[in-house]
Design a protein around this ligand. Sequence first.
Ligand SMILES: CC(C)(COP(=O)(O)OP(=O)(O)OC[C@H]1O[C@@H](n2cnc3c(N)ncnc32)[C@H](O)[C@@H]1OP(=O)(O)O)[C@@H](O)C(=O)NCCC(=O)NCCS
Length: 211
Amino acid sequence: MRAAANPESHETTDPVEICVCCDAERLERHPFHPDLNVFRPSQRQQEALVKLAASGEGCVSAAFAAGRTVAYVALQKPDRFERWSEDPTGRIWELGAVEVAPEWRGRGLARRLLKQTFAVGLFDDKIVIAQLLSWHYDTDRTGVSPFTYREALIRLYREVGFRVWRTNDPEIAGRIENALMARIGAKAPPEAVESFHKLRLAGSAPWDFPF
Ligand SMILES: CC(C)(COP(=O)(O)OP(=O)(O)OC[C@H]1O[C@@H](n2cnc3c(N)ncnc32)[C@H](O)[C@@H]1OP(=O)(O)O)[C@@H](O)C(=O)NCCC(=O)NCCS
């Protein structure tokens, strides 16, 4: 005889497990889906993210299904070649990558990963920037224009507290398909907020950028 469904049961049919700011060993145990290759070949991306998680200077949240990683978001300190690395407060971080294997897209995995990662409070005293750069967009597979892609990402990131900011960064400024977004944590110290605003407009006179 089949047991009656128990409404108190926490059993779930969700085949996906989310691991927020996952430790390096767990990431290593879950091979990356071969199609997680937008930024690098999947195996190399796994190695890089395992290294990042082990460094203590980053957070990699992952979605696991059937023993492998099918999606991830990665946050890290800005690369030393970027203007953001000049921040003296150390509170500016970067949402470096969000990637979902194509066969797992459109099921809310990116949204779940982002929401759960920002829900734990780890980033509330930080400013997290996100550079939307069209050369990272998977327009070939999705068939949408870079501008439409940008708008979709803006809507998604807004849901977790990011907003669009103007910048004079030449990679972003003047290119309608790119954007700078940032999430200013509710507990980010004023000196970090000031540093963010200085850096986004580095080298410009205030009258060049009234807002
Ligand atoms: C962008 C990406 C992470 C979205 O992953 P996903 O799990 O499919 O996204 P979700 O299912 O959580 O959907 C989130 C929202 O974003 C929208 N969206 C995301 N990517 C989109 C795209 N390329 N085109 C249109 N809409 C998109 C969805 O419409 C959805 O909004 P809705 O639920 O209101 O319709 C995924 O397409 C991907 O890995 N792309 C390649 C890498 C990339 O572009 N990363 C972002 C820049 S670093």
